[in-house]
Design a protein around this ligand. Structure first.
Ligand code: F6P
Length: 357
């Protein structure tokens, strides 16, 4: 977050803008926590994993929109650059759709994707996802090394809410035998098959078996339940241990990839804002990285790209790598492709559900 904020301040100053930092997201704006930021204020932020401006998951309620409009006017804000996750996108969309009622929202707004979950529309990657993935892989590698001398199954849990990106990618990077994703769901039948394969594989000499579950893979087959099922089936053949990778996925200094991507995305966002301000228009978009290019999409049409109930894009490019887990563990078989459920939910419904980001 800091890398992106630093880029925004410095590139914005370069455009000739006055850059205001809003501390604490939309609640911060409502409370007047707004301060002009200078070049020197963001010194040292480039490699700092923190969020000096603060992160808040709140989406403004309908009752707060009037005050929000007043806050935009009183701070003489001409444009909004919003660096954030799913709720920030929902909030920006809400402001855009309420423009007729609140003219203060008739300013250009550009969203920049920043979430370790990598669940945002219009970008194959969001800022922070690469750093989180590297942290998860480091933790899983260490867990695997700890098991050198025993026959052991590790059941680990990665973050990401209902988006399986961190789980699948960390599974590929650490050679996991199985991954469980919310996108695919988890059934008793599947667990029975996997337990049987696991037992068979330890019988044929395997020493280590790594299973990674996405934190929302299933409401009932929790980390603990999975570990208990696999343990029950082992009949003393192997030990089972569970590990929640946890908040180390949210921390850590940003990787070089994240820092560079943040700078490129913010640069594109500022160019868009500058064009809008020059033209006196107020189109709003979200920027992203697609097939190696920085691009943008109209915020008004965000719902067309999203599964709003599951809070992730309808099309997730990385699901195409799903078979890699099975292919490099050939004795365990190839895992069937995903079925994408059809969810009908509007952006407004998703925003009013007010799930934490
Ligand atoms: O959305 C980012 C995320 O890290 C999720 O992957 C995770 O479920 C959640 O935030 C954790 O939230 P908190 O830090 O409030 O426990």
């Amino acid at each position: 977050m800091n890398t992106a904020a630093r880029a925004a301040v410095r590139l914005g100053l370069d455009h000739g803008f006055t850059m205001l930092g809003v501390y604490g997201g939309f609640p911060g704006l409502l409370d007047g926590n707004v301060r002009e930021l200078s070049w020197d204020d963001v010194e040292g932020w480039v490699g700092d994993g923190g969020a000096e401006l603060g992160t808040r998951r709140d989406i403004p309620s309908i009752e707060q929109l009037y005050s929000l409009g007043r806050a935009i006017e009183s701070n003489r804000i001409d444009a909004l650059l919003i660096i954030g996750g799913f709720n920030a996108y929902l909030a920006a969309h809400e402001l855009v759709t309420e423009r007729d009622r609140y003219p203060a929202f008739k300013i250009p707004m550009i969203c920049v994707p920043a979430s370790i979950d990598n669940n945002l529309p219009g970008s194959e990657l969001s800022i922070g996802a690469d750093t989180a993935l590297n942290s998860a892989v480091g933790a899983l590698d260490a867990i695997k090394q700890s098991a050198a001398a025993s026959r052991r199954c590790f059941v680990a849990e990665a973050m990401g809410r209902r988006c399986g990106y961190l789980t699948l990618m960390s599974g590929i990077a650490t050679g996991a035998e199985r991954v469980y994703l919310n996108e695919e769901g988890l059934t008793l039948k599947k667990l029975a098959q996997d337990s049987a394969r696991m037992v068979e594989s330890f019988r044929s000499g395997r020493k280590l078996y790594l299973v990674i579950r996405n934190e929302r893979a299933s409401e009932n087959y929790t980390l603990d339940v999975l570990a208990k099922i696999f343990s029950e089936e082992s009949e003393g053949l192997y030990d089972v241990r569970q590990a929640q990778i946890g908040h180390l996925q949210q921390g850590g200094d940003p990787t070089a990839f994240d820092r560079i991507m943040a700078t490129k995305l913010v640069a594109h966002a500022l160019d868009l804002l500058s064009d809008q301000l020059d033209a006196g228009t107020y189109h709003s978009s979200y920027v992203g990285l697609v097939e190696g290019r920085i691009t943008h999409h109209r915020l008004e049409r965000m719902d067309e790209e999203l599964d709003l109930r599951a809070r992730r894009p309808l099309n997730q490019w990385w699901m195409g790598l799903r078979d890699a887990i099975g292919l490099v563990n050939k004795n365990l078989g190839v895992i069937p492709p995903q079925e994408v459920p059809d969810f009908g939910q509007t952006v407004a419904q998703a925003a009013s559900a007010r799930e934490p980001d």
